[in-house]
Design a protein around this ligand. Sequence first.
Ligand code: BG6
Ligand code: MG
Length: 218
Amino acid sequence: QIKGFVFDLDGVITDTSLYHTKAWRQLAEKLGVTWTKTLEDGLKGISRMDSLEMILKAGNKENDYTQDEKVALATEKNTNYVNAIHQMTPANILPGIKAFLDDLRANGYLIALASASKNGPTVLKQLELTDYFPKIVDPATLSKGKPDPEIYVKGAEALDLDPTQCIGVEDAAAGIQAINGANETSIGIGDPDTLSAADIHFNDTSEMTLANIAKAMA
Ligand code: BG6
Ligand code: MG
């Protein structure tokens, strides 16, 4: 029986995946790395430093920079990203998400956040959703990022639930892999091809309701 929900943030609760993409793309093109849809999708859910490595690898440039230079490049991307999120308001919450969170609360489900983003708490604050997420897995405590299951395992632990009692919600292939690896039920929101490994699929956040989830699990 499902008792808790563990949420990804970027691309699920809000449209920040657009801002991450924009900031990474700007950096990639500055470094002479060709931007592709495959690279864009592959970066979703991936930690800041892993994302940078993925971009450099795509341009065969992973050996062109020292570790200090890499940190500086990642910091440059983050500065652009942070500037973008400071303009966010509750209007940036994706369709149906606020109602879904209220419904979860009203029905006694526990809620946790399992975002790879170190900016997660700032984003929640901008969206005025901080109160909905009393449990947040701190990505700084992870030994491995998504697609490793660790973050979703810790999400279930934070709720004092067995993973099998949890549903994880993601927009990225790496995230679905993490949820499945943690032995939770996975919901994938977005492109059905990218998210083919999800137990339950919705095209859009507005389709994610308790009734639709119950129907999909029946
Ligand atoms: C994930 C995003 O949620 O967080 C990635 O999907 C992002 O695009 C990652 O790179 C890390 O975010 P941050 O804010 O710590 O750089
Ligand atoms: Mg995401």
